[in-house]
Design a binder for this molecule. Structure first.
Ligand SMILES: [Zn+2]
Length: 76
């Protein structure tokens, strides 16, 4: 399978995808990898799905993950 193409973006040094489809493809791969990891280590599945796709000001798509720590707003 051809790897998903990506570039960096002006807004950050994150991976940037030209369209949502490409970003979601990469997202699915990342999630599958995490699921396999979770299974091997006996971690509950589902909770690891924190990745999202969002469109930035430069009309590119990025992947982001929201950690549970950040989500609950715990002090750094
Ligand atoms: Zn961007």
């Amino acid at each position: 399978m051809k790897p998903v193409e990506w570039h960096t973006c002006a807004c950050s040094r994150k991976r940037a995808f030209a369209d949502r489809h490409a970003a979601e493809k990469a997202l699915g791969k990342a999630q599958a990898k995490r699921d396999r990891h979770a299974e091997r280590h006996g971690v509950r599945r589902g909770i690891a799905r924190e990745h999202r796709v969002y469109r930035c000001d430069h009309d590119r798509y990025h992947l982001t993950k929201q950690s549970r720590r950040t989500y609950h707003g715990a002090p750094a």
